[in-house]
Write a protein that binds this ligand. Sequence first.
Ligand SMILES: Nc1nc2c(c(=O)[nH]1)N[C@H]1C(S)=C(S)[C@@H](COP(=O)(O)OP(=O)(O)OC[C@H]3O[C@@H](n4cnc5c(=O)[nH]c(N)nc54)[C@H](O)[C@@H]3O)O[C@H]1N2
Ligand SMILES: Nc1nc2c(c(=O)[nH]1)N[C@H]1C(S)=C(S)[C@@H](COP(=O)(O)OP(=O)(O)OC[C@H]3O[C@@H](n4cnc5c(=O)[nH]c(N)nc54)[C@H](O)[C@@H]3O)O[C@H]1N2
Ligand code: SF4
Ligand SMILES: [Mo]
Length: 811
Amino acid sequence: MDITKLAGQNLPQIKRRDFVKASGLTALAATSGLSIPFTTQAKDVQSTQSEEKIVWSACTVNCGSRCPLRMHVKDNQIIYVETDNTGTETYNLDHQVRACLRGRSMRRRVYNPDRLKYPMKRIGKRGEGKFKRISWDQALTEIAQSLQKNIAEYGNESIYLNYGTGTLGGTVTKSWPPGSTLIARLMNCIGGYLNHYGDYSTAQIAVGLDYTYGGGWVLGNGLADIENTKLVVLFGNNPSETRMSGGGLTYCIEQAREKSKAKMIIIDPRYTDTGAGREDEWIPIRPGTDAALVSALAYVLITENMVDQPFLDKYCVGYDEKTLPKSAASNSHYKAYILGQSDDGIAKTPDWAAKITGIPADRIVKLAREIGQTKPAYIAQGWGPQRRSNGEIISRAIAMLPILTGNVGISGGNTGARESAYGVPFVRMPTLTNPIEASIPMFLWTDAIIRGTEMTATTDGIRGVEKLSAPIKVIWNYASNCLINQHSQINRTHDILQDESKCELIITIDNHMTSTAKYSDILLPDCMTSEQMDFCLDAYVANMNYVIFADQVVKPSFECRNLYDMLSALAEKLGVKQQFTEGRTQEEWLRHLYQQSRENLPELPTFAEFRQQGIFKKVDPNGFKIAYKDFREDPEQNPLQTPSGKIEIYSERLAEIAQTWKLAKDEVIHPLPIHVDSFEHYGDPLMEKYPLQLSGFHYKARTHSTYGNVDVLKSANPQEIWINPIDAQSRGVKNGDLIRIFNDRGEIHINAKVTPRIIPGVVALGEGAWYAPDNNRVDHSGCINVLTTQRPSPLAKGNPQHSNLVQIAKI
Ligand SMILES: Nc1nc2c(c(=O)[nH]1)N[C@H]1C(S)=C(S)[C@@H](COP(=O)(O)OP(=O)(O)OC[C@H]3O[C@@H](n4cnc5c(=O)[nH]c(N)nc54)[C@H](O)[C@@H]3O)O[C@H]1N2
Ligand SMILES: Nc1nc2c(c(=O)[nH]1)N[C@H]1C(S)=C(S)[C@@H](COP(=O)(O)OP(=O)(O)OC[C@H]3O[C@@H](n4cnc5c(=O)[nH]c(N)nc54)[C@H](O)[C@@H]3O)O[C@H]1N2
Ligand code: SF4
Ligand SMILES: [Mo]
């Protein structure tokens, strides 16, 4: 690989030292744990170039972190990017929030040849990528007219705000949830819009775990609490890749373990970067079978007397006959299920689970003893295990381990959910009220285009109304690549969008010519974060959180306009400018929000001081987060928000749904967190045709698709399909070979990474590569959504994007 060539080709003005820093060499150094002396290089820059300024900006993408970027600018050009230089290395206090290699390559997104430069209108077919340049006035006039026409004909329920998280960390620019965006604010001025609920991240766990613990989103102990634990068990949780910032969780987990010396066991089909030699044990598991593993662990815990019986009696419903709800049949409790005394008559022994999970029985026994005998234990799941066709029930099953062992509500323990983080109480942009009550599961928007008015509460999980009154006619895609790249089953979406009489207008507001942009009717070129002023917040960190002053670093490129300005101009055309702007500019709004925030947080400096210092950090005044501590201390006074007020191992609400909802034969909803098969999983009859499980993951090369067009990141972290040597050998595939991956939904051609870091029978592909189809619809980038399905999971109606069956062959 010639990195010099790659790095130079798009950016001829690039400087040598900049190249070294943003190059793949540094990326490799970062992944191998080497540190690069950035500050020394910065000094070098300053001493030779006197008029250079440093301006604070931020990376606001949806990776769970948010990072400050200190941009070196000269002559309105970003020449160099650094990160936080304030604070110390003291974890959980004011430690430095260091950007990852993606953020540090921000310059390459700003000056990327894919930048959208002018408003454009589609002239070819959707997806062809043929556009003509139009004026801002024409673009906004056409949008205003189309909105008015569709509202008159179909009502505001036909206007949809698509999922999009490209600027999740922004304040004025925040892109999700829809109700927090400026698009919503504008639509609310003209009668509202069709909302969505749930997200691609956590659709199944958000619904599933709520039945166990209640109260909506289920909390976990903060990761910092790992310093009080003896054992860390992570199910499909990979913070070293999914929370990469130095301000984020990967740093916390290491620092906390440094203190507690807790043992760490990782359960994942892949040997992840979170392991990378730092784990004590990696237990490879067949995807989608965690509930079988947990059931067998429960079997050992029960038969070897390691369950916390007083905890189960006092705090839980349905562990055994004593606490089973009256409505439940006798012997329908969890213990009976595990011991084989309920309907199926199968004891969930380690031997039983070994066949399903691929984990040897003796290893299961050992793990059970380890969990049963080490207290407290921090047991957590990432969101990989739940992004599946049986994800709801899997998320509940994993939570059974801390429940059975009484680890809930104590320091050093956890609920089985992912960690909670502290949030700074900063004031957000007000977006007015949406008069439209209807809301769809975020995953079903393609269906809402073709059969919207057939969709009801019980068939498709429609909320707010019994039934939709209109199909989707207009789509807003703001900071979203979810029209194509990030939504499942691209070829189905393609077919649906080809019929322009169905969805009549697709508006995309983005910085780059993405695959979503190519399927849009009107393209509005947005400013990048560094081309405007905003506050950046909402990172996932442990006990310390922060807000970043993202200042305007350079003037907008080409004809780009920021979201606030373009929507203000559209508001004027729609006759609602005063209501939309309240007479403020973007900067005036930020000053206004800041003033309000200072009332919540008196320690915030003045606006001018904040601008200068760039980042404001605050440590959680309440110390380490321990989820459901109050409940543990006094369950009578502090009941959970479940119907019983207790942890519901047996859920009567789920028993009722299982009776009343229409489900296909291969879909199971069950009152207990049992192991079930589901579509496109191990054991599916479809495996005869497609014998490999294709599992996705979130990749360090990108944040979803964002940064996916940065050449140096691409060359340092190539897009490859992981395949075990056993599966490769039987197909004659060698490392680096070009292979076909296919199922009935599509085909990808990409290179193989033959590695023992993946369990046999499973192949893995990082999500987010930029869809690159040829004329036969074969993708050549490794965009996994060519192969994923739009069939939703049974309970949440969520995206089962990690559950896919495929075959591969050498080309
Ligand atoms: N198969 C599969 N698919 C998945 C997933 C998976 O695991 N597997 N994960 C899912 C998950 S969890 C999520 S959250 C979604 C994420 O899906 P998206 O929210 O669509 O995330 P991105 O692909 O990063 O797309 C964000 C878009 O915002 C744009 N953008 C970035 N900065 C700016 C800006 O300043 N202004 C504007 N206007 N645009 C900007 C980017 O160019 C990009 O087009 O993907 C989901 N899709
Ligand atoms: N670098 C980077 N960071 C990101 C993102 C990104 O795109 N790039 N996206 C961000 C977003 S929006 C989100 S939602 C989060 C996503 O965070 P997660 O959903 O937790 O991330 P994934 O990589 O999908 O899954 C985590 C791990 O679960 C494993 N896994 C998959 N299936 C199973 C299973 O059945 N059982 C078990 N035990 N393990 C399984 C995967 O191999 C992976 O290592 O990441 C965030 N962080
Ligand atoms: S991609 Fe995430 S971790 Fe990396 S710089 Fe941006 S916000 Fe930070
Ligand atoms: Mo996500």
